[in-house]
Design a protein around this ligand. Structure first.
Ligand code: 5GP
Ligand code: MN
Length: 342
């Protein structure tokens, strides 16, 4: 099945083959499995098709994702901006992956804002705020990785995808669906996952890296969150976990260690909204998750400078963590009706 209209695909494909040699691929800041997997999968195809292509990530990513980039590691902008600037200045095309707002370029935003390099946006978040020359945006898909698969199929480059690239894309799908447990109700997701397996994706390696690769500290931090820090608001069907910088330090926090913690409270019967607050580098980062109709992206945009998908969003607060938490608790009665409708 081809998701994109043939006209746009033909225009992109003609433009790529006639006017593009140097490509830079950029996923969002604080990249997750879908961001890195999508970027590395597309990079694999473009390199194999003869383009000079490089992934530049705005900042560091968790080490459990290192295997995806092995052989052609993404360049980390915050660690090597000089080379990144050179690559961007030579680029004929920029691919923006897995984000809908240029704020999500992190420190790259200011460098890119005055450039006039054509942009291709491939993303599955609602209401893209980015001016792209070519836009492939669909909120129904499981992941940006699934869209990348469709994109490379639509422009006739699927046969350039190596086993390694297939693993990167399957990582994106598995990461964004929690192993096919959410955003995974469409048959095409499984058809694509099946084809990626056929092309050599290593599901064992992905599973080990994403789900069986935790440090002892991380496991104990999870236990601490669930036994000591979990707050339930039964009347609002909501749950909250918060960690201070001091608590992170106590558990020898490494980037990525709290990934997924926000999901646990949703497995409690009667909880449809879960929030996870963490104090990091002087700001409070927040993750929201929901089941059913509750729109976490709107909640986050209205109160915590963020956004995302209906059932998975993020945001941040410049308030001290105690005040940010007080604000969250004070908002629940206002949303109680909506939460109880689920
Ligand atoms: P996470 O909780 O995993 O950090 O993010 C969940 C979802 O919300 C992801 O799809 C991510 O792209 C989006 N998201 C996370 N943080 C932000 C943010 O600060 N702003 C916006 N607009 N989206 C975010
Ligand atoms: Mn994604």
């Amino acid at each position: 099945m081809k998701r994109f209209d043939l006209n746009t695909c033909k225009r992109v494909s003609d433009w790529l083959s006639t006017s593009v040699k140097n490509v830079v691929i950029i996923p969002h800041v604080n990249p997750d499995g879908d961001a890195i997997g999508s970027a590395v999968g597309l990079n694999d195809v473009l390199l194999n098709a003869g383009y000079a292509s490089k992934v530049i990530v705005p900042n560091e990513f968790p080490t459990y994702l290192n295997y995806i980039g092995s052989g052609n590691e993404p360049l980390i902008y915050e660690q090597n901006s000089v080379v990144a600037h050179q690559l961007i200045d030579q680029a004929d095309a920029l691919f923006y992956l897995d984000f809908n707002d240029s704020k999500r370029l992190g420190k790259l935003e200011s460098y890119l804002q005055n450039k006039s390099i054509p942009i291709v946006l491939i993303d599955h978040h609602p209401d893209p705020q980015i001016k792209a020359d070519y836009q492939f945006s669909d909120t129904d898909v499981s992941s940006t990785a699934e869209l990348i698969y469709d994109f490379i199929e639509s422009i006739g480059l699927l046969d350039q995808l190596s086993a390694h690239g297939a693993s990167a894309l399957l990582t994106g799908i598995i990461a964004d669906t929690g192993s096919f447990s959410h955003n995974a109700s469409r048959a095409s997701t499984y058809r694509i996952a099946g084809d990626l397996m056929h092309r050599g994706a290593d599901k064992e390696q992905i599973n080990e890296a994403l789900f069986n690769n935790f440090s002892e500290h991380r496991m104990r931090l999870l236990g601490y969150c669930l036994s000591e820090k979990l707050e339930i608001f039964p009347q609002h069907k909501a749950a909250l976990i918060a960690l201070t910088a001091e608590e992170l330090e106590r558990f020898n926090f490494q980037p990525g260690d709290t990934e997924g913690f926000v999901n646990y409270p949703l497995s409690i019967s009667g909880v449809v909204f879960s929030a996870f607050f963490v104090e990091k580098n002087g700001t409070v980062r927040i993750s929201f998750r929901s089941k059913g109709n509750f729109e976490t992206n709107i909640f986050s945009a209205n109160h915590f400078n963020g956004g995302g998908h209906r059932n998975a969003a993020g945001g941040e607060s410049k308030l001290p963590i105690d005040q940010a938490l007080a604000l969250f608790r004070s908002l629940l009665p206002e949303y109680s009706k909506k939460l109880n409708r689920n």
